[in-house]
Design a protein around this ligand. Structure first.
Ligand code: NAD
Ligand code: LMR
Length: 349
């Protein structure tokens, strides 16, 4: 018979969560999911419920959270689940949060770009970020809602307006791009996907998604035409799912997987685990674009160090050049939106 300690070790080593998403099994993190009843929100909340590092899971949405929370609360894992519904309950949901994830917002339909979601989603992120700035200003904010290239600047401006902005704590979640590139590369090369790590930098839309295949670990080489096809597939992978779902939504399950991995890494960083690196779309001085995704060393205060662009090959340099104008446009659009209606609106945000 296994001793108690041996049994705990066995459970930890086989636990799906600690193997896939997080190195920390002991902590006391409170995590809120805003948009928890949605296509991403539900599976993401399930994956967070099985993260042993999360002891409080606060689920917020404008509808159906009571049922989702009741359902999840029956899972025999440590996190205590609480549901919050409607703006009047947002403050209670957010108070004491270490991490807030925001998948709230409408998804694309076939034929739409992510920027086409701006008119609906910008206001959702503005209001949720403003609430975070008031009720959990020190929390790590993980924005999933599209268009990420604009919603991250919006969230940042709301924190600035409340005087609590810390650029190291606001992230646009681009992990799905990395998950996809790891998967496609491992399939193309017959590698064990768990050992493949290919950074994806830039932003999260079309040509702003820049896979850095030359920095893949383990190193991989493709003929130029295959390299270009692979890059195009990674850039269009969201549309691939959108079209396969034929009008019923965009990526939800793979996004939940990617979001749970990112939140797990942020919590590992908060818990002082060494060497936690994830790419994310953050305030950045690496290029001419004010926000840019690169590999980041995560720690107790969010971004400990921006690991930068690293060594690039010509094809990747060209992809960055092509992405910068679009990124700048998306970022400015978000910043202007956040300040529309300000009495003393300033151009220098
Ligand atoms: N960053 C990425 O890689 C990535 C990947 C996939 C999807 N997304 C984006 O994530 C968002 C959500 O996608 P989905 O498929 O889950 O959509 P969905 O429509 O299934 O779910 C959205 C949820 O948000 C809720 N919601 C709407 N307004 C809200 C508000 N003001 N406060 C709280 N909740 C609110 C809705 O009630 C719904 O439950 C979309 O914008 C989508 O484009 C991003
Ligand atoms: O493609 C979308 O609209 C959703 C998401 O950004 C994705 O990459 O799957």
């Amino acid at each position: 018979m296994l001793s108690l300690v041996a049994r705990q070790r066995f459970l930890q080593s086989t636990c799906i969560f600690t193997r896939h998403f997080s190195k920390t099994s002991q902590s006391n993190a409170k995590v809120a999911v805003l948009g928890a009843s949605g296509g991403i929100g539900q599976p993401l909340s399930l994956l967070l419920k099985i993260n042993p590092a999360i002891t409080k899971l606060a689920l917020y949405d404008i509808a159906n959270t009571v049922g989702v929370a009741a359902d999840l609360s029956h899972c025999s894992t440590v996190a205590q689940v609480t549901g919050y519904e409607g703006a009047s309950q947002l403050r209670e949901c957010l108070e004491g949060c270490d991490v807030v994830v925001i998948p709230a917002g409408v998804p694309r339909k076939p034929g739409m770009t992510r920027d086409d979601l701006f008119n609906t989603n910008a206001g959702i992120v503005r209001d949720l970020a403003d609430a975070c700035a008031q009720y959990c200003p020190k929390a790590m904010i993980c924005v999933i809602c599209n268009p990420v290239n604009s919603t991250v600047p919006i969230a940042s401006e709301m924190f600035k307006k409340r005087g609590v902005y810390d650029p190291n704590r606001i992230f646009g979640v681009t992990t799905l791009d990395i998950v996809r590139s790891d998967t496609f590369i491992s399939q193309a090369k017959g590698l064990d996907v768990s050992q493949v790590n290919c950074p994806v930098i830039g932003g999260h839309s079309g040509t702003t998604i820049i896979p850095v295949i030359s920095q893949c670990s383990p190193p991989v080489n493709f003929p130029l035409d295959v390299h270009e096809k692979l890059t195009a597939r990674i850039q269009n992978a969201g549309t691939e799912v959108l079209e396969a779902k034929a009008g019923t939504g965009s990526a939800t399950l793979s996004m939940a997987y990617a979001g749970a991995r990112f939140v797990g890494s942020v919590i590992d960083g908060l818990n002082g685990v060494d060497g936690i690196v994830e790419c994310a779309f953050v305030r950045s001085d690496e290029t001419e674009a004010k926000y840019f995704s690169t590999p980041l060393l995560l720690g107790k205060n969010g971004v400990e160090k921006n690991l930068g662009l690293g060594k690039l090959v010509d094809i990747e340099v060209d992809l960055i050049k092509a992405a910068i104008p679009e990124l700048k446009k998306n970022i400015e659009k978000g910043e202007e939106f956040a300040h529309a209606g300000d009495v003393h609106a300033q151009a220098n945000y």
